[in-house]
Design a protein around this ligand. Structure first.
Ligand code: ZN
Length: 86
């Protein structure tokens, strides 16, 4: 039985090696946004659903993105955040 990582809380400041491997393994080392292959130096880890929008701070809510999908994701979150404050 593989370890169930989805409910494991993740730290604010850093990801453990195990967390990184779990997320990349789940995504088959591909970007969650566009499916491009990921490599260690250009992989970004983002919360699928941001904490400010009620997302849990757990591995199940984490995804690995390539640099361009990371940019898009951050952009979208800023827009969501702006809407929330209106
Ligand atoms: Zn991508």
């Amino acid at each position: 039985m593989p370890v169930q990582f989805d409910d494991v809380p993740i730290g604010d400041a850093y990801l453990t090696h195990e967390a990184v491997r779990a997320v990349l393994g789940r995504q088959d080392n591909r970007c969650a946004g566009c499916g491009a292959p990921l490599d260690a130096v250009s992989t970004y880890f983002d919360l699928r659903r941001p904490v400010i929008c009620g997302g849990p701070h757990t591995l199940g809510n984490l995804m690995a993105l390539c640099p361009s999908c990371h940019q898009n994701h951050m952009h979208r979150i800023r827009e969501i955040f702006a809407d929330h404050r209106r």
